[in-house]
Design a protein around this ligand. Structure first.
Ligand SMILES: NC(=O)c1ccc[n+]([C@@H]2O[C@H](COP(=O)([O-])OP(=O)(O)OC[C@H]3O[C@@H](n4cnc5c(N)ncnc54)[C@H](O)[C@@H]3O)[C@@H](O)[C@H]2O)c1
Length: 277
């Protein structure tokens, strides 16, 4: 198990402060995670940017605005390992109580920008999607909630997907929708994470920790990568465009705020009007 922790500044390691609001963003070096990290930093959180890509995590943490000297950090590790998640929660708690946890870690393996047919999906590919998209968020919540305040200010947000409800559609050449380039494993993993979100909201209600999900349709990030953006894809979306990562970060900011103080256990659709039922 290899864990690397980097600080975004040269300052000496600071003592824990009950005043510091700490946020963890997993997949924090990715397209959506990086934007969410920036938003949380702008709101005054000390952000721990956790990602398997060490250089990217460190770079993302170092680029965040430092409000009132907030000490952002990069944390590198494979979050499918429960020990790594235990270390991540402990490290984040060193600077203050963990007020916010955003699970943006996720993978959607594709071949040449196209979905992998279900009958070609290898055991390892299936297992890896489940490990990253379901097990990793679970492992981290299982550790981090211990460090979260119980005064009603703490909140967890999981990145789900429209595929949690719709499935991932038919083969690449299907004549019917939904047209979604991800493999069946991805949709199944996001449905599992949506269910986990509901269950954890019940488990943690007594500690006044809210747990919600955000279900985007298409978002313009590297995850969409080589997927050809054609009329067939965009034609499903009434607003005829992908979401911007900032629009996902706005929803996170709302769900963690006092304005959402009575919202827990939901999956918030952010998909440009795409009908999910
Ligand atoms: N982009 C979209 O269209 C879209 C749509 C719906 C939902 N989502 C979800 O939003 C979240 C963020 O997506 P994104 O578009 O930013 O993806 P991304 O690929 O840009 O970012 C994902 C990040 O997770 C990191 N990561 C992958 N495996 C890891 C592991 N084992 N341990 C630690 N880090 C790991 C990657 O290094 C990457 O930085 C994902 O959960 C994704 O499923 C994305």
């Amino acid at each position: 198990m290899e864990i690397t922790i980097a600080q975004s500044t040269d300052q000496a390691f600071s003592q824990p402060s009950t005043l510091t609001r700490t946020a963890i963003v997993t997949g924090g070096a990715g397209g959506i995670g990086r934007t969410i990290s920036r938003r949380l930093a702008a709101e005054g959180y000390a952000v721990v940017v956790a990602d398997i890509d060490q250089a990217a995590a460190d770079q993302a943490a170092a680029s965040l605005p430092q409000i009132d000297g907030a000490d952002h950090r990069g944390f590198a590790g494979d979050l499918t390992d429960s020990g790594v998640n235990r270390a991540l929660a402990a490290v984040a708690a060193e600077t203050g109580q963990i007020s916010v946890l955003v699970n943006a870690v996720g993978i959607s393996p594709k071949r040449n920008g196209r979905k992998i047919p279900f009958f070609e999906l290898a055991d390892e590919e299936w297992n890896q999607v489940m490990a990253v998209n379901v097990s990793a968020p679970f492992f981290l919540v299982r550790e981090a909630f211990r460090y979260m305040p119980t005064d009603g200010s703490a909140s967890i947000v999981n990145l789900l997907s429209i595929t949690a409800k719709l499935g991932t559609g038919g083969p690449s050449d299907a004549s019917f929708g939904p047209f979604l380039p991800s493999s069946v494993a991805y949709g199944a993993s996001k449905a599992a994470l949506q269910n986990l979100t509901a269950s954890l909201s019940h488990e943690l209600a007594g500690r006044r920790i809210r747990v919600n999900g955000i279900a985007p349709g298409f978002v313009q990030t590297p995850m969409m990568g080589d997927v050809p953006v054609d009329e067939r894809l965009l034609g499903q979306v009434p607003m005829r465009r992908f979401a911007k990562p900032e629009e996902i970060a706005d929803a996170v900011a709302f769900l963690i705020s006092d304005k959402a103080s009575y919202i827990t256990g939901i999956s918030l659709d952010i998909n440009g009007g795409w009908r999910t039922c």
